[in-house]
Write a new protein. Structure first.
Length: 156
């Protein structure tokens, strides 16, 4: 096994400013300057995208302090067409946030231009606790899981 530390997850946006604002406003993510404005041969070679240009920013994810991991929101030029988000599509599927009230968080996501993907559920998960959760889509159609775990079950 190699020695590793989780650093960030990258999210490619159509409009990085608007998507970064969404994650700042709804989830309390904090910008980590500087903004990135990148273009050079090294980027083309790294990405495998001729003529690649990137603009964007890192947002510190909530709950992990000032050195915690980030959500890297970048906008590429040139851009490819996005496929529809689906819970069962292979590859990275969603980003999850633990919230105090799942319905209120879903309402906030919806009010900010997102939308529900599935139904809000409550379930006792054997050995794990009680889960309240829902999948939603951010304003650009990226999947978000809003979740709350508790030790109290449906019947207790």
């Amino acid at each position: 096994m190699i020695s590793a530390v989780y650093v960030h997850t990258n999210l490619i946006a159509h409009d990085w400013h608007a998507l970064a604002h969404f994650y700042e406003h709804i989830f309390g993510c904090v910008p980590v300057p500087p903004e990135r404005h990148l273009s050079d041969r090294w980027l083309e070679e790294l990405a495998g995208v001729p003529g690649a240009q990137i603009q964007g920013i890192h947002l510190r994810l909530p709950g992990h302090g000032p050195k915690g991991p980030t959500l890297e929101i970048f906008q590429y030029t040139p851009e490819r067409e996005k496929t529809q988000a689906q819970a069962n599509r292979p590859g990275f599927a969603h980003i999850a946030f633990s919230v105090e009230n799942v319905q209120e968080a879903l309402d906030a996501v919806t009010d900010a231009g997102g939308r529900p993907l599935g139904k809000l559920i409550q379930a006792d998960i054997p050995g794990a606790g009680h889960l309240t959760a829902v999948y939603a889509l951010d304003p650009e159609g990226n999947m978000i899981e809003l979740q709350r775990w508790s030790s109290a079950g449906l019947n207790g």
